[in-house]
Design a protein around this ligand. Structure first.
Ligand code: DLL
Length: 433
């Protein structure tokens, strides 16, 4: 462990630390951020809690609050104390800006060193950082953590996949950091270049920034000959370094000394019992630049009850199933792309490249899963393809309790991404017009 005194702190002590930090934070934001002062006053809430449970009375923060206060309105530190900004990868509309003080950057480096150590890395490792550098938090986030842990750090950033493979091979890289979908493109490209990725010294992948399934993990691990570790975070809360898997690979430890987590029913916004899925809500406990109070992430996960064999006392969440925004409702059934992925990646004959395409037929919304057939399958064997299509449909229907149309497409026809993969393509506004 990089910081055993924090990562394995007795729960009672941790909760006291959380309470103290929470009260300092509430006072700070009430004092410095007009939005919070207004929200607290409107709700009749004092910037002080007696117990952690009292946080339930404090108003939420949502992405629109950040947009409305663009760019600096939610900063809780003086402008001259902010030393860096990042911005969220906003899919639509205005980006949201987050600021870090020197102390924030320092804590972030510690948290990312924790993350990498949690994944099994140490100062002997050579880390290729293939997350994008820039306003996205992935590149610089991993970079600082890797240096803090003492690893040899290669700031290659995303893209130029053939060069990624060359560096991976020539520099004896042992840890690859990128999105899980990009790791597959790296593997595919290595194979095309005549390099067997399994023969490289690479041993760990720290993959995140997008949902991925357990079966996808198995495929990546086999294809690259590595242990693939899930890392989670979001710019509004920090960037990567909020929660990450350890080598036990059974849930992501939340860095609870820095982030208070709640799992709430997205409809009622009341807490769900441990073990039940719900929306993840975070309160930052140590951030100075742009702390957030009860930030609604829209990500769905659940607390995994019980202790982890690794000795960390930080509670674990299950891998993120998806975002409430990405959830598709098919004839009344809620479906996340990652659930479809879990089914697809368990079927021989299809490749782990897919998209869920939303369209319109007349006034009816349609949903179709496009998935590539495996490169070794003859794409012109009609009967074989028909059988495969039936299998995929049946497997999806049995796993998700709803039938979804399936279209098999040619190998390499689905766009590859160098960052976050686009799993849902919405053609509803462009079709039939
Ligand atoms: O994606 C931060 C990050 C960078 C995390 C590198 C991990 C590695 P944003 O661009 O603000 O920040 O996007 C945050 O991405 O709310 C989730 O919906 C999704 N996400 C991030 N990590 C995971 C993960 C970065 N491990 C949004 N599994 C979050 C599933 C993830 N979804």
């Amino acid at each position: 462990m990089f910081q055993p005194e924090s990562e394995a702190m007795p729960r009672e002590q941790l909760e006291q630390v959380q309470l103290d930090r929470l009260n300092a934070l509430l006072a700070r934001v009430y004092d410095r951020v007009p939005l919070y002062r207004e929200k607290f006053d409107d709700a009749g809430v004092r910037p002080h809690v007696e117990t952690l449970a009292d946080l339930a009375d404090v108003p939420f923060t949502v992405k629109d609050d950040m947009r409305a206060n663009y760019p600096y309105g939610m900063f809780a530190a003086d402008r001259r104390d902010i030393v860096r900004v990042h911005a969220s990868s906003g899919t639509t509309g205005q980006i949201t800006v987050v600021g870090y003080t020197e102390r924030d950057i320092n804590n972030w480096a510690d948290l990312m060193a924790r993350t990498l150590a949690c994944a099994g890395a140490n100062a002997d490792d050579i880390v290729q950082v293939a997350y994008g550098y820039g306003l996205f938090t992935g590149g610089l986030g991993v970079h600082y953590g890797s240096e803090r842990l003492g690893c040899l750090t290669i700031p290659i950033s995303g893209g130029n996949t053939r060069r990624q493979v060359q560096v991976l091979s020539d520099f004896d890289v042992t840890v690859l950091a990128c999105t899980p979908s990009y790791s597959l493109l790296v593997a595919e490209t290595a194979e095309e270049m005549g390099i067997d990725p399994r023969s490289l010294p690479l041993r760990i992948g720290v993959f995140g920034a997008e949902p991925w399934s357990e079966n996808m993990r198995v495929q990546i691990e086999e294809r690259l000959g590595i242990r693939a570790i899930d890392i989670y975070g979001l710019s509004e809360v920090l960037g990567p370094g909020v929660a990450s898997e350890c080598m036990e690979q059974c849930g992501l430890h939340v860095n609870e000394d820095h982030f208070l987590i709640e799992i709430l029913d997205p409809q009622t916004l009341r807490p769900v019992p441990d073990g039940q899925p719900g929306e993840v809500v975070f309160t930052t406990l140590t951030k100075e630049g742009i702390p957030v109070i009860r930030y609604r992430t829209r990500d769905i996960s659940r607390i995994i009850p019980g202790q982890c064999a690794c000795g960390r006392t930080l509670r674990r969440i299950e891998r993120i199933t998806g975002r409430t925004d990405d959830m598709i409702i098919v004839r009344g059934v809620n479906v996340f792309p990652s659930q479809i992925e879990q089914v697809l990646t368990g079927i021989a004959g299809v490749a782990p490249h897919y998209q869920v395409v939303l369209g319109k037929r007349g006034s009816m919304d349609t949903v179709e899963v496009h998935v590539e057939v495996a490169p070794d399958l003859a794409f012109d064997e009609v009967r074989e393809l028909e059988a495969l299509q039936r299998t995929v449909r049946a497997e999806i229907a049995s796993a998700l309790a709803v039938s979804i149309d399936v279209k098999l497409v040619e190998p390499r026809s689905i766009e590859r991404s160098e960052g976050k993969a686009r799993r849902v393509v919405d053609l509803r506004d462009t079709e039939g017009v």
